[in-house]
Design a protein around this ligand. Sequence first.
Ligand code: SF4
Length: 372
Amino acid sequence: MLRVDVLKISGKQVPHFRRRLLAWFAGRKRDLPWRRTSDPYRIWISEIMLQQTRVAAVIPYYKQFVAKFPSMRALARARTETVLGRWAGLGYYSRARNLHRTAKEIVARHGGLFPRGYEATLALPGIGRYTAAAVLSIAYGQALAVLDGNVARVLARIGAVPGDLRAPALWRELETTAQNLLAVQAPGDWNQAMMELGAMVCTPKSPRCEQCPVARWCRARKLAIADQLPAKRIKRATQQVTLAAAVILDSRGRTLLVRQNNGDGALFSRMWQFPALETTGNAAAELTLYLHTNFKFALDGNFTPLKTARHFVTFRNIRLEPFLIRVARLPRIKGARTVALGRLGNLPISNATRKIVHAALEATSSPQWREL
Ligand code: SF4
């Protein structure tokens, strides 16, 4: 019988361990919308949405998304803008773009059905080992174990494994461990049970060991070091960034949006945004020069600072410094899009752009602006 080495659980004990965890999951699992289906399309959507996003935040987006695009074919047929519109606010927009590309590819190459093969699944845009294993195990019952941060933490604590779990050699070892531990008769439930344990009981801070169904096998608990594991990763230092943005507004309340492909474009997820640049000194002066150099747009001095906002993206703490620029007529900028400021909320825009829109609307609806 297989011994799960990293965990130091004997082969004899492994079946008990599995039974305990599966029974706990059957009785305690949260009722989540994507757990009421075995449709691989819906499970895949939920898995992509859940990447780096909390369950509570995902639920309303998931419901709206599958109501709007109830099938792989419906998603593949949709316009990118429509898909991004349903994603707006959820962040990490490359996920939505990949989702859309993948749906088209699945319709073109797999007859609209999510593939069953692991390699074929990995070949799809935006699908890595975790997502492939999650969808294939939950939807098709394939014996593939998932390893994400939650599962890795649970395994590291049970085995009292020291070190940086994301170090490639250790991560591979954990993948092997997760696969050896998998309950092959119920891989979908097993994977969800491991993730649920990590999310609800074996939490990053203050694990609830007294409620844990597998506590008797846990070495970290025995050694009283559960809250010290996994070892802290050395965090990348937070980078402070200032971004100046131009809300160019004409007398009819229309503004200009562009798609930037430089570093600032990455912040706005290559979605429609106000012309913007990262500044290190005088934001207004640098923005003026930027607009002139890049868009041949000369300002006539009507340049008003708007309320600043904060925006956080991974290790970047961004100060958004928007400026309102009143013009009689919008300049012609190649590839730009003209939109009424008040209707911008209906477009697929990033949260950073949304904050700028908010500041601009707040300022332009004040009595001072209404008079102009
Ligand atoms: Fe995590 Fe505590 Fe359970 Fe160990 S006993 S797996 S540390 S919750």
